[in-house]
Design a protein around this ligand. Sequence first.
Ligand code: DC
Length: 220
Amino acid sequence: MLKGTVVAIDGPSGVGKSTVGRLLAKSLGYPFLDTGIMYRALTWLALEKGVSPEDEEALSRLAQEVPLELRPTDGDYHTTVDDRNLTPFLRHPVVERWVSHVSRVAGVREALVRQQQKVAGGEGIVMAGRDIGTVVLPHAHLKIFLTATPQERAQRRYRELVSRETPVSYEQVAEDMKRRDDIDSRRAVSPLKPAPDAHVLDTDDLSPEAVVEQIKALIK
Ligand code: DC
């Protein structure tokens, strides 16, 4: 296997990017960065500081100024600010509600993309998001774009939330996911779409382990 392979995994919400990315990174002995946590952390901080998720200028300023840190822990990354781990807040319903709005803002994306590129730094890594193969790591050795039907993705996200004892209904999850997909794929800056050289993998009938095997076969 190649040493130092850079793998970009993109796709819509609930498709399993982080489950697959984490398993793949573990089996390759690489770090894994789920870039969604950075947009989520910034959304949480904005709301906490009373910055409106509709105020593009204030959000850009916050993204440039806030000391959002990525701390490697067991091959994964956690977002911290001034030593405070933000992980417990990142799946809060209020973050789910606003994160797509915050991640539409060009100034926010510039700041976070710069940080993501620094983390990759030319070493072997698995990075997941919406624009990794198109914008963040356009020279990645391997680009994967995961797909699944909206129903399957909503089911996966619903099961995940129920397992974490989050009180939600399937209908609520499906509706929220559709709203985010619309915003993420229609935004002007870095919309969700496969890179021209990405391998598109339909995961509807595949377990995360089976997807990882397919990706590893592509690496070989
Ligand atoms: O993958 P996720 O559900 O944690 O992502 C949360 C939001 O962040 C998603 O609605 C779009 C945004 N995002 C993005 O715009 N670009 C990325 N590379 C990762 C996430």
